[in-house]
Design a binder for this molecule. Structure first.
Ligand code: ADP
Length: 544
């Protein structure tokens, strides 16, 4: 017997309609390329979004067509987030910091019909356009004055498109499983793969992250997604914040320490989200200039392991740093490390040990760890296996790619992360399958070693890679970037690591570099480090 409740589809535009109706005067503040601020309200955003939907139809775009964006976190990008899927098309957020060849590959794979670009990426689009046969037109997301002069002659102007349109638009009603957004993995471990979100997965995920203890935004908060809108829908923050009527701050391109602090303090940001490197830069800037991160009181950090210095650093400003784990394929939220009352009486170091884990799944995500034969492994906090997940906002396949190896026959997604899970369900990532260091047949956790190295005050950033070894096949090696003017000796490094790990885990040597290379989304590019520093005897290696 079926229930007798209404079958209202979960569609993305309903979020903005809701915000405009119940929080019409709540502000969206957006920082432009020239660092000036643009302000408007949810009510005004909705009017422009409806106009944009009309403009998309006028361009001849049809249901299911892919529309690419190359844009920072700004209000026009937000309008695209709602108008494109709302009108039935698919919003393909492209990461402009990938290599040109990778962007071309992604746009051709997606067969995008139009590109909507920030003015600053116009030269990039111009350089690629001849290699993008599916693209019928380019729209520059700016006013007439911001149109590029001598390139992209036939590009359309976003503001001109909107002026011509009516603010009346009836959002079409369709199956909530309709595709809404497309995002390619950043390709840290291989060719980028397309993840195709649906209206249902996006709305459910936005509702899920708003639970207390997760992102849990409220109407009294000012929320700033620092994670870019071209990276996993900015972790869905641009959908989750309007859903509860929170004030939204979109920081634009300037994401260095001073740039972030200016907008946090100037606009009263209370909660934010982003990858660890961004926050390291912010805290370093605060320390150098003796300023606080107030009024920011909560930061969700994920995308890479969160080191203790970051949690301690925010705590020193009375701000709570919450670690989350996720992937492009999981929309992204898969786990959050939030303590509960049972942990109140634990000693400080035990509480910290939990905060350093990736955390527990929210309702909606199931996880398990498996061995090489696919057998489920125990949740004892020690046994390591490949992490597998499933749930209504986890990818069931890749777009335009038959990659069955990543999906199990019984319906789980294989993450490629190696992890442990303890009896309480706290999951801890110890490595990625491709980064794993196997020495004499045993695994070493590079993440654990990296976190220990960061305890040394001279170390700004740490990576552990596998180097070749005649006897053990692979051995770990530290690659370190130091704070300006600081030094480190092998003996000092050994001292911070030695008490906490087995003797055979301790690397024999380390290399100090000026900068550690990062992926377009701010993660350490281990493939590049292995290529540069992976030989057994490297001339720059110092003994430890
Ligand atoms: P890519 O796979 O190309 O790096 P994603 O942004 O989808 O792009 O990255 C997902 C990966 O990031 C995860 O599989 C995991 O390895 C890593 N990751 C995310 N959050 C954490 C975390 N809290 N701790 C450790 N690793 C993390």
């Amino acid at each position: 017997m079926l229930g007798l409740m209404m079958d209202a589809p979960l569609l993305i535009p309903s979020i903005l309609e809701y915000a405009a109706k119940y929080h019409p005067n709540t502000e969206i503040v957006s920082r432009n390329e020239d660092h000036s601020l643009h302000r408007y309200t949810y009510a005004e955003a909705l009017v422009r979004t409806r106009k944009l939907a009309n403009a998309l139809n006028r361009l001849g775009l049809k249901a299911g067509d892919r529309v690419a964006t190359l844009a920072w976190n700004n209000y026009r990008h937000l309008e695209m987030y709602y108008a494109v899927p709302g009108a039935g098309m698919v919003c393909h957020t492209v990461n402009p910091r990938l290599f040109k060849e990778q962007i071309e590959y992604i746009i051709n794979d997606a067969q995008d019909q139009y590109i909507f670009t920030d003015p600053c990426f116009a030269p990039l689009v111009e350089a690629m356009i001849m290699n993008l046969p599916s693209v019928k037109g380019v729209v520059v997301m700016g006013s007439r004055e911001q149109m590029p002069g001598n390139i992209l002659h036939r590009a359309l102007c976003y503001e001109d498109l909107l002026v011509a349109e009516s603010p009346v638009f009836e959002w079409p009603q369709f199956d909530e499983r309709t595709a809404s957004g497309l995002c390619y993995t950043s390709g840290t471990t291989g060719h980028p793969k397309g993840v195709l979100y649906s209206h249902r997965s996006t709305v459910l995920h936005a509702m899920a992250i708003n639970q207390p203890g997760l992102f849990g935004f409220g109407p009294d908060e000012t929320v700033m997604p620092v994670v870019p809108m071209f990276h996993v829908n900015a972790w869905c923050v641009p959908y989750a914040a309007p859903l509860v009527g929170a004030r939204l701050v979109l920081p634009g391109p300037r994401l260095d320490g001073p740039g972030l602090l200016e907008v946090i303090r100037g606009e009263g940001v209370t909660v934010s989200a982003g990858v660890p490197t961004i926050w390291m830069n912010l805290l370093n800037h605060c320390a150098q200039t003796n300023q606080s991160v107030a009024p920011m009181r909560r930061v969700v950090i994920g995308g890479a392991a969160v080191p203790q210095v970051l949690i301690d650093g925010f705590a020193a400003h009375q701000a709570l740093a919450v670690q989350g784990w996720g992937m492009t394929e999981t929309s992204p939220l898969g786990a959050v490390s939030v303590l509960d009352t049972r942990h109140d009486d634990l000693p400080a170091e035990d509480r910290m040990a939990l905060q350093l884990k990736a955390g527990r799944s929210p309702f909606g995500i199931e996880m398990r760890i498996t061995d090489a034969e696919g057998k489920a492994l125990p949740w004892d906090g020690k046994t390591r296996g490949e992490l597998e997940v499933r749930g209504p906002w986890v990818a069931s396949a890749y777009y335009n790619l038959d990659d069955r190896d990543q999906f199990t026959k019984d319906g789980w997604f294989r993450t490629g992360d190696i992890s442990t899970i303890d009896a309480d369900g706290f999951m801890n990532i110890v490595d990625r399958v491709k980064d794993v260091i196997k020495t004499g047949g045993e695994w070493i956790s590079s993440i654990e070693l990296e976190n220990l190295a960061l305890q040394h005050p001279s170390v700004r950033e740490a990576a552990v890679i596998a180097r070749a070894d005649t006897k053990w096949s692979e051995r770990p090696r530290f690659i370190l970037a130091l704070h300006p003017g600081k030094t480190i000796t092998g003996a000092e490094l050994r001292k911070v690591v030695e008490p906490f790990v087995a003797r055979w885990w301790i690397p024999e040597d380390f290399i100090v570099v000026d900068e550690i290379p990062h992926t377009a989304t701010g993660k350490i590019l281990k493939t590049a480090l292995r290529e540069l520093y992976g030989v057994e005897n490297h001339p720059d290696a110092q003994k430890m």
